[in-house]
Design a protein around this ligand. Sequence first.
Ligand code: FPP
Length: 247
Amino acid sequence: MPEFIPANVPNHVAIIMDGNGRWANARGLPRTMGHRKGVEAVRAAVKTAADLGIRYLTLFAFSSENWSRPEAEVTDLMGLLKAFIRRDLADLHRENVRIRVIGDRANLRGDILPLLIEAEETTSANTGITLVIAFNYGARDELARAMRRLATEVAAGRLRPDDITAERINATIDTAGIPDPDLILRTSGEERLSNFLLWQGAYSELLFIPELWPDFTRETFLAAIEKYASRERRFGGLSQPTLAVGS
Ligand code: FPP
């Protein structure tokens, strides 16, 4: 059966990839196996998003709160992200994918930061889908870092308080230059934003689906896009008035 691709595909989809641990538990496997399977779902999601014409795909890979997980799990998640970049960067580059990383880069240990920077620099001129990896990311932390930067500018006399507008904040946060997400999707049935894109998501459609992240297939993604496409977005305004026939 041919795939149904709706006309109004979102420009930017942001995903909270949840449920790796539960996927593994349900099979009597260690949680790390869930994360491993999750990386396969990441590969498929990037391909599906690019095929659909989605221009930006943001994936919540590691939150600033995830450091509180057992050390072995943190090490495993870091290892998976590093392996993903080492193994997939050449393919992603060939497929014209541009990579951006959001989150706090200070105090990252080991070789993760150089790898993330390499991924961004290698792909910076690509014109296909932008894959935004949220790593060591927390929305409140992102906003606090931006506010500190703006306060420093004001204290130095380079900015006036009145210059701090929504546009200025947009240009100072980690996602500068990236349009707001049209759709924020969370897998695994949990219905929370968990400190993800709180500023950028002001008008995003929210979709919570029951599938666990490792089970997130092309079909699951298409079904989510179809649900998004059937919604009406008003951005605080009113519905478009229906034109009377003959008027
Ligand atoms: C949530 O599942 C998932 C994460 C905390 C990490 C997501 C990371 C990956 C899919 C792999 C690396 C990412 C990239 C971009 C290559 P959970 O562990 O909270 O699951 P649970 O709620 O069922 O315990």
